[in-house]
Design a protein around this ligand. Sequence first.
Ligand code: AMP
Length: 218
Amino acid sequence: MSKVKRHTKPFRIAILGPQGSGKGTQAELLARRHHVPHVSTGDIFRAHLKRQTKLGKKIARLLATGTLVPDAVVMAVVRDRLNRTDCKDGFVLDGFPRTIQQARFLSTLYDDAYLVVALELSDREAVIRLSGRRMAPDGTIYHVKYKPAPKALRARLIVREDDRPVVVKKRLRQYRTLTAPLIRWYEKRGMLVRIDGALSIPVVAKNVARQLLNRHST
Ligand code: AMP
């Protein structure tokens, strides 16, 4: 991919999409390309779980069952993370916001000065994709077909607890009822970019980059 010059205004992006839509992968690519941090609330929570912090213990059950962490808890974590100096030129948020209350909170923090990418994917495709998803010990996500792990790592890959079929179905239902309404909310505010998430990783990345650059420079 071509090099991207640094922006004069902060590059603030939030990526929405159902589980399996490639949010994490696209957020990582976009963040690297624009020299801003990739902020994944799921990764932050999993790190707490691994370190067995007070918060980690409190949310363990929610994470295992794919239940949303209460808004107040997530918003406090996000506020702390975005206040760090590495976010002053922007960030790519992955997994936040997930409810209207979280979206309102973000819009209050930044006065609507951010854009939202919605990666669209059917539930059917999401289930197929998630069944092939594997996690490395360091938290990196691979896919048996779309993003194979290096051979040396394959024996150590695990299925994330919340990628079990019964949990996946619950997470998708939750996405449709709680998170999908944000798409209309952002669309009405003129902050939304819709992207077909069913295409390949490089094609989605190219479409995201193209649409965002158009929007960001206006
Ligand atoms: P993810 O890796 O983004 O799918 O997040 C994993 C889990 O972390 C979710 O199933 C929730 O339990 C929790 N989580 C992550 N982000 C949020 C959020 N914005 N609001 C509530 N819970 C969240």
